[in-house]
Design a protein around this ligand. Structure first.
Ligand code: SIN
Ligand code: FE2
Length: 228
């Protein structure tokens, strides 16, 4: 399997065991629909905002959540660090999209999953991050979830460098993957708790047809493992 310049649309590329990049997975039409939905979610009930870290730092991405509200470093139903409102519900159609994504990445079996096959995947939260040209995300693990089910990541708008590392350290070895608008990336199985980050966004690379004038949207779907 190949990646980078030679990646073919829809051909899954295994970046690490359980970590799969599917270039060009979302049609332009689906990207447009997701952009429109994100515009609505960004307005509230909890508005999209820069997350403030416990040490006082401010994340450069802007974030809005569905289903459960992520704040460093836990999930809550209400956004006590924003306006106290309950987050918007996680729509069924987005869970369907998550299951489709697992089939695209792993095939019909349970490969990479933290248990059952794609049909059992039941994401109950989405983190929607918006990157302007200067935003980035440092190397981190998605580990507030009490579930080993895969994380499904959808990218729309400007391209970025997505750095996908290992479970032991935030440093090398890692692989830099170019994520382009419409790309799917799934990390589960042995890679579920790998460090990853976004060292660079490439301003001006988005296709205006997807409905984003500038910047990059990333949507991650996760199972929190928390009681519904
Ligand atoms: C994240 O790690 O939550 C976001 C990754 C990305 O923006 O591609
Ligand atoms: Fe993450």
């Amino acid at each position: 399997m190949r990646d980078g310049l030679f990646a073919l649309p829809h051909e899954p590329v295994e970046v690490a065991p359980g970590a799969v990049h599917v270039p060009g997975w979302l049609s332009v039409e689906r990207q447009r629909e997701l952009v429109a939905a994100c515009r609505e979610w960004a307005l509230g009930p909890v508005p999209m905002r820069h997350t403030v870290l416990p040490g006082g730092g401010v994340m450069s991405v802007r974030t809005v959540c569905l289903g459960w509200h992520w704040q460093p470093y836990r999930y809550t139903r209400t956004a006590g660090d924003v306006n106290g409102a309950r987050v918007a519900r996680f729509p069924d159609w987005l869970a369907d999209l998550g299951r489709e994504a697992l089939v695209a990445a792993y095939g019909g079996g349970g490969g990479g999953g933290g248990g059952g096959g794609a049909g059992e995947y039941a994401p109950d939260t989405a983190l929607i991050n918006f990157y302007d040209g200067a935003a980035r995300m440092g190397m981190h693990q998605d580990k507030e979830e009490r579930s080993a089910a895969p994380v499904v990541s959808l990218s729309i708008g400007d391209s970025c460098v997505f750095r996908f590392g290992n479970t032991a350290t935030r440093n090398r070895p890692y692989t830099d993957v170019e994520l382009v608008s419409g790309d799917l990336f799934v990390f589960g199985g042995p890679s579920r708790f790998a460090f990853h980050g976004v060292p660079k966004v490439r301003p001006g690379t988005a296709d205006p047809a997807v409905g984003l004038a500038s910047g990059r949207l990333n949507i991650t779907l996760r199972e929190t493992g928390l009681p519904g």
